[in-house]
Design a protein around this ligand. Structure first.
Ligand code: GLA
Length: 386
């Protein structure tokens, strides 16, 4: 038995006085390119990380729900199945509860869930999807075996959107469920078709460095929803159902109607149109036999677009990108929903230490706490561990 499985089984027995029926894991993700395109029907290209959330689960017979975590204050969140409703329970337990809500008619006796995670929380690395997807896979194995991977994505998305109320797209859940080791997932979020694109950076002497800025964010509120509404307004003014329909920036001109508002919508929409083109360019490069270093400048262009047109970067994310590039990274960009979180840098494997040191030195100059950094390799999606 792996250490992770042994720890969570022991924790489960301690809290609930019984063994769990199984242990399931789902990973966090980094998105190589394709940011904020998902709710616009566009393209994304995430990889799963080695970091996972593990869920241990057992059905009950008293109609109660219990959620606990090996992280945090250790309190068990308990309620009757009948009390389950959007907004109840609040806090982190709302995520697994939202998944339970999606299959509640199969769980009339209730369920106990204990989770453990090494996905950094609030770091733009999709800890919430790792949580919902691990529980979705567990419940599907136990009570809804007919659910296909695409249904698990939907179950996890609905928990986040409809139960917790975070207006996200399907990037994170798709990555957590569908990614495979050694590949990036090229997903068309409009028709949900996908392709596994081989991504063996180590063979090319490269590494994908992740740097957590330490600035935390919460997509259930604030800027993320604003950006989503701006994109929807831009699409409406252009007479298209989704900004994905537009592949030429010239077609965005009608948005610039001379008002400051029109100017903002133009920039938001321009990010989406150019970002979709960048995903296609990166995928083309990786499919061919070009040196993967060639994707570096495309990643950096993605950051510039998120910073200037989409306006969701923060000074410490810009500082990571600048210092990594100065220290020899081939490309760097912020990842995830923005307003904090992490950045990635594509670096030669033998330059990881130098780039890490350069970023740390820049943080020290900015008076910020030393950032957490690690190298990630494209890893497996959600799976049963025990
Ligand atoms: C968050 C959301 C995703 C996606 C990204 C930005 O991670 O959960 O749906 O919109 O931001 O690409």
């Amino acid at each position: 038995m792996s250490e992770d499985v042994a720890r969570i089984r022991a924790g489960f027995a301690e809290r609930f006085g019984a063994d769990p029926e199984g242990v399931w894991a789902a990973p966090g993700r980094v998105n190589v390119i394709g940011e904020h395109t998902d709710y616009n029907g566009g393209f994304v290209l995430p990889v799963a990380m080695e970091h996972t959330t593990r869920a241990s689960v057992a059905r009950r017979d008293d109609g109660r729900l219990a959620f606990a975590s090996l992280q945090g204050d250790g309190k068990v969140v308990e309620l009757d199945l009948a009390q389950l409703a959007p907004g109840c329970p609040t806090g982190w337990a709302g995520y697994p509860a939202g998944v339970v809500a999606g299959v509640r008619e199969r769980l009339s006796g209730g369920v106990s869930v204990l989770v453990d995670t090494d996905v950094p929380v609030g770091a733009g690395l999709s800890s919430s999807a790792a949580l919902t997807c691990s529980v979705a896979l567990a419940l599907s194995d136990l009570v809804a075996p007919e659910l296909r991977p695409a249904d698990l994505v939907e179950l996890a998305r609905s928990a986040e959107n409809d139960f917790v109320g975070a207006p996200t797209g399907i990037l994170d859940q798709s990555a957590s469920v569908l990614c495979t080791a050694g590949h990036a997932l090229f997903l068309d979020t409009r028709d949900r078709t996908s392709e596994q694109v081989p991504l063996d950076l180590a063979a090319a002497g490269l590494a994908l460095l992740v740097v957590d800025s330490g600035v935390t964010h919460d997509h259930a509120e604030g800027g993320y929803g604003d950006r989503r509404r701006e994109c929807e307004t831009a699409a409406e003014r252009l007479g298209v159902p989704l900004l994905r329909e537009i592949d030429d920036v010239a077609a965005l001109r009608p948005l610039a109607d001379g008002t400051p508002d029109g100017e903002i919508l133009l920039r938001r929409a321009r990010h989406i149109v150019t970002e979709n083109a960048r995903v296609l360019e990166v995928v083309d490069t990786l499919r061919g036999d070009a040196d993967p270093r060639a994707i570096g400048p495309i990643l950096t262009a993605g950051h510039v677009s998120l910073r200037d047109d989409f306006e969701i970067s923060v000074p410490l994310l810009d500082a990571i990108v600048e210092s990594a590039l100065e220290a020899g990274a081939h490309g760097a960009r912020m990842v995830g929903g923005g307003f904090g979180g992490s950045a990635i840098a594509l670096v030669d494997a033998d330059a990881v230490d130098a780039v890490t040191a350069a970023v740390a030195a820049r943080f020290a100059r900015e008076g910020a706490l030393a950032p957490r950094t690690f190298v990630t390799v494209p890893s497996a999606g959600a799976r049963r561990l025990a």
